[in-house]
Design a protein around this ligand. Structure first.
Ligand code: BDR
Ligand code: CA
Length: 332
């Protein structure tokens, strides 16, 4: 059933860190674009429910130079050169980065004819930009990490007095079930488990879009046709990006289309009714061994530790895809 306006307003107001009714939620996207990160940026920029204060970048799907360049190029395509971009951490807190060019290509965003960046990244580091924006914001800020959580962990450690100014963290990462990088670990958490452990342990309410829900966010061939059918440059670019992103998912998993994981972490802030969530304690395994990087969901509260996350478990794929395609349609 389609939610009524009153039900939509109530669902938005019930989210952690919700702004006063009728105002936009200030967000900072911390990402490693990345095909699905690019759609997350687009969805955030298209949504009046959100006020995108900045995009910060981290090494992950590709090296930091590439992910930063890709963020600038995506924002240039969207005509949002007013959104400040700052580069953050090139590498995880403790370990060497894992490079995995299969899914996103050598550039981190292969497959489409994106414009050159029409503006430059700021000179300050990601954590400095986050701190100045959080300090200046009238309302609590929501962080949306869709890459390894290194920048967010560094921010929380470097600016502890600003922690209470973060209303929520809506992240893509982890899994209650199997991983996609090791049998236990999802890629964003596997890259930097120590950083993820800091984020999950910060005492800030978390909305977790893990593989349990993001593997339902498949862009099917009919959706790509709809993107093409928009007849716009942005529609064509994202159709091409999805075709590229599909290649390795088809070869590796036999899936009909790629999962746009990161867009789910934004969608839940804009249309929470598309993601069914369960509240629980989630902690990150940082020890070496088979389960390093696993997000352990304590659904039955056995540990007695306080609930820290609402974990996405089911997606209304049709509504989610309408939301994403309608968002693409708002750009030329
Ligand atoms: C996550 O890893 C990256 O490849 C995607 O951008 C997403 O953030 C999924 O495991
Ligand atoms: Ca990502």
């Amino acid at each position: 059933m389609t939610p009524t306006d009153a039900e939509r307003a109530a669902a938005l107001a019930a989210l952690p860190g919700a702004p006063p009714p009728g105002t936009s939620r200030p967000v900072i996207l911390d990402c490693d674009p990345g095909h699905d990160d690019a759609l997350a940026i687009l969805l955030a920029c298209a949504s009046p429910e959100l006020d995108v204060l900045a995009v910060t970048t981290v090494g992950g799907n590709s090296g930091l130079a590439n992910t930063t360049r890709n963020a600038l190029r995506v924002l240039t395509l969207l005509g949002r050169t007013d959104v400040p971009v700052a580069a953050g951490s090139e590498r995880p807190l403790l370990r060497e980065p894992l490079v995995q060019p299969d899914f996103h290509g050598e550039s981190g965003l292969d497959g489409a004819d994106l414009p050159d960046a029409g503006f430059a990244a700021r000179s300050e580091a990601a954590v400095e930009l986050m701190a100045s924006l959080v300090r200046a914001s009238r309302m609590p800020v929501t962080l949306v990490p869709t890459g390894p959580m290194t920048n967010v962990a560094l921010f929380l450690r470097a600016f502890p007095s600003l922690r209470d100014r973060i209303g929520a963290i809506s992240l893509m990462g982890g899994s209650l079930g199997a991983g996609n990088t090791t049998a236990s670990a999802e890629f964003n958490i596997w890259q930097d488990p120590e950083a993820a452990a800091i984020v999950f342990g910060a005492g800030i309410p978390i909305l977790m879009a893990g593989l349990d829900v993001t593997h339902q966010a498949l862009v099917l061939p009919g959706d790509v046709d709809r993107l093409d059918g928009l007849g716009t440059r942005t529609g064509r670019v994202f159709a091409d990006l999805m075709r590229f992103f599909a290649i390795h998912h088809r070869a590796r998993y036999g899936w009909e289309g790629p999962p746009i994981h990161d867009a789910v972490a934004v969608a839940v802030l804009v249309a929470p009714w598309v993601v069914t969530r369960r509240a629980m304690r989630v902690d990150v395994e940082i020890d070496d061994g088979l389960t390093r990087g696993r997000t352990v969901g304590d659904e039955e509260g056995r540990s007695g530790r306080p609930v820290n996350a609402e974990v996405g478990v089911e997606l209304d794929r049709a509504r989610f895809m309408d939301l994403v395609i309608d968002a693409v349609a708002t750009f030329a």
